[in-house]
Write a new protein. Structure first.
Length: 359
């Protein structure tokens, strides 16, 4: 089958388009023909360096996958062959206390499609049947497929951070950084769907205008606003935000805390800006503010995000769509940070013949 295979760690050249053996399905799995994948920051991070301990090379990346079921193993009763499915990349045992409690990422057998097992940058991928959600879309509808592929990781993570952990409600004011990222863009749309007032942060005038078009009520250009916390207070008439969704971490956390009202809350969902921070503790305990650990998204979060999207409760923001052979260009766009929304790569059926894998 056709696949983009990571053969080393480094730049785009370490991912090569090759011809490899098709995957075999375990008894509870299905083989899915990939129709579209959405890129995530982790795809690039783990290509550059071994950031995931259990990952090994050669490796096929790609976590956000929509595809058509090709083969169903004997132990899997659904989905059926021919159905189009959206895939949850989190793989676990399915029977331990964490799996039964809907938090599979804490399972001792936790693995991730596209990270610690083969992913969707290929013609075919093997996935557990229970990880598949059947969706109503024609395999030829590339626009709808691209939108669906953009939902899983960003949608479930934003759902967890804003709603399950953050308990965001209608009428509240939420601050969301990085509105141009796939995750930030998803968060803005989910918050809007819940009737919240959205203040978002971007860098640059072009992204500021794009964020306004995406529906954000107020957009702060951090490149032109030295003190974004003061601007949040100005926009809220001195009250502060009810919730700041911090999916970047690092030193942003301390500022996020200061931007919230007394008894307000910060949900920490990520650390792309750094693993460590400095907090001025009186900012936390004196006004009674709260910092909530996001935790991993649950199966329920994933199901809720998919249902909300497919029922039209929120939309996804697509930056660009690439053909399979253009995947290196798609990755370069992701690395440039000059994008707004999710970057999607279509399945390989449009690609020329791959380079044979060397003996």
């Amino acid at each position: 089958m056709k696949a983009w295979v990571q053969t080393d760690f480094g730049g785009p050249r370490v991912r090569r388009r090759l011809d490899v053996a098709a995957p075999a399905a375990a008894p509870d799995e299905v083989i899915v023909r990939v129709l579209a994948i959405a890129l995530n920051r982790l795809d690039v991070l783990q290509r550059v360096a071994p950031v995931i301990p259990a990952m090994s090379i050669p490796h096929i990346a790609g976590m956000d996958i929509v595809g058509q079921v090709e083969t169903v193993a004997a132990g899997a009763t659904s989905p059926a062959a021919g159905e189009v499915v959206l895939i949850d990349p989190v793989v676990s045992c399915g029977s331990c206390e964490y799996c039964l409690g809907e938090t599979p990422t804490y399972c001792a057998q936790f693995a991730t499609i596209g990270s610690t097992r083969a992913g969707g940058m290929a013609e075919l991928v093997a996935v557990p049947a229970r990880n598949c959600t059947v969706v109503s879309v024609a395999p030829e509808d590339t626009e709808r497929l691209a939108a669906l592929a953009a939902v899983p990781v960003a949608g479930a993570t934003a759902w967890r951070g804003l709603l399950s952990a953050g308990a965001l409600t209608a009428g509240e004011t939420v601050v969301i950084p990085g509105a141009g990222s796939g995750l930030g863009a998803a968060g803005v749309q989910i918050a809007l769907s819940r009737g919240a007032r959205v203040i978002t942060l971007v860098s640059g005038e072009r992204k500021r205008k794009r964020a306004l078009r995406s529906g954000a009520h107020e957009v702060i250009d951090r490149a032109a606003t030295p003190d974004w916390v003061a601007e949040v207070y100005r926009l809220t008439d001195g009250r502060g935000a009810d919730l700041v969704w911090d999916h970047v971490g690092g030193e942003f956390l301390g500022a996020a805390l200061r931007a919230t009202r007394p008894a307000g809350r910060v949900v920490l969902s990520g650390t792309t800006a750094g693993l460590d921070t400095h907090l001025h503790l009186p900012d936390l305990y004196q006004p009674g503010r709260n910092i909530l650990g996001h935790g991993s998204y649950s199966r329920a979060d994933m199901a809720a995000a998919i249902h909300a999207f497919t029922s039209g409760e929120f939309t996804v923001v697509i930056d660009s769509v690439f053909d399979f052979e253009e995947l290196p260009d798609a990755e370069r766009r992701l690395e440039s940070n000059d994008f707004f929304g999710k970057i999607v790569v279509l399945g390989p059926e449009r690609s020329p013949s791959p380079t044979p894998i060397p003996e």
